[in-house]
Design a protein around this ligand. Structure first.
Ligand SMILES: C[S@@+](CC[C@H](N)C(=O)[O-])C[C@H]1O[C@@H](n2cnc3c(N)ncnc32)[C@H](O)[C@@H]1O
Length: 280
């Protein structure tokens, strides 16, 4: 890719990536030490804020931390080279701590009982949701990679909340159609799979009754490394842009896009946002 479209490590914000690039270039550009120091301080403030927020949030459970560590150290490249995974997976695909805690709050404050996750990966999002559900709650999560089905099962079952999780294997759109045919509906739906199909997933969710009354859709990677507001986009960035444009114009829903991590979007039916007050 000519321009840097994809983030480095856990930093998804193209502005930070540009500032890091500038910091490198200034070192050899003969710019005064004071100017370099100002930029170093500005970046340091950004990283400190990130660290401070993480340090002053409740920690993830030991079981989630185990999934995090396993995901970071798993031999993804070797597995793909050996044909054991159907595509090239990377640790940064995992939801991780900040998004996880945010998602957990949404599940909890919604008093959700049933959650659907589109895109399981190593089970971090599924277990996060399961931890916020009551004993009779259920998370259905789906992925099309059989390797991930086994891995996520192995790791989520290490938690007492793992029994609330079931995994459906297959292309997400087929799974959504199956669930709709089974007349299933969900209080929270976490959309976190192939970005170019988000609009198709959203249409299936909204048109086929998958979102329960007063339900919420949570969309991950809604900014997609800033591609949605930049000139250059790949197939996924294009998919996300179409999705964002269409959803923000859909009169059925009320939505907010939050610059958390790589962008998180919340969507609810507009009628569910209206407070029903008793007549005086
Ligand atoms: C970003 S990761 C999901 C991360 C996960 N939700 C978490 O909380 O850590 C996206 C996942 O979607 C899966 N995926 C991509 N395209 C898919 C499709 N068409 N059908 C089903 N799963 C798909 C990938 O295999 C991958 O595991």
């Amino acid at each position: 890719m000519a321009e840097q479209l994809i983030g480095i490590g856990k930093y998804f914000d193209p502005m930070v990536l540009k500032l890091l690039e500038l910091q490198e270039r200034l070192k050899s550009a003969g710019v005064s030490v004071e100017i370099q120091k100002l930029l170093d301080e500005a970046l340091d403030l950004f990283f400190k804020r990130d660290r401070y927020c993480a340090d002053h949030s409740s920690p993830a459970s030991p079981e989630l931390e185990l999934i995090n560590q396993m995901t970071l150290t798993h031999p993804w490249e070797d597995l793909y080279a050996q044909g054991k995974t159907i595509w090239s997976l990377r640790p940064f695909m995992m939801s991780g701590f900040k998004e996880g805690q945010f998602l957990k709050f949404i599940v909890s404050i919604s008093n959700a009982k049933r959650v659907l996750e589109i895109g399981t990966f190593t089970g971090y999002g599924a277990l996060t949701c399961a931890e916020a559900l009551p004993d009779d709650g259920e998370v259905i999560t789906c992925d099309f990679d059989p390797y991930l089905e086994n891995l996520a099962k192995e790791y989520t079952s290490k938690s007492v909340h793992g029994r609330k999780i079931s995994i459906r294997l297959g292309p997400a759109l087929e799974t959504l159609n199956q669930l709709a045919n089974e007349k299933q509906s969900f209080d929270v739906i976490y959309l976190d799979a192939d970005k170019d199909k988000y609009w198709a997933y959203y249409q299936a969710i909204m048109d086929r009754g998958l979102l329960a009354p007063r339900g919420t859709i949570v969309v991950d990677s809604a900014l997609f490394y800033g591609q949605v507001y930049r000139e250059t986009r790949d197939k996924n960035g294009e998919g996300l842009k179409t999705f964002n444009d269409n959803v923000s114009r859909d009169p059925r829903v009320t939505t907010v896009l939050i610059p958390l991590q790589d962008g998180m979007r919340l969507i609810r039916r507009t009628e569910d946002m209206l407070v029903k007050r008793q007549a005086d």
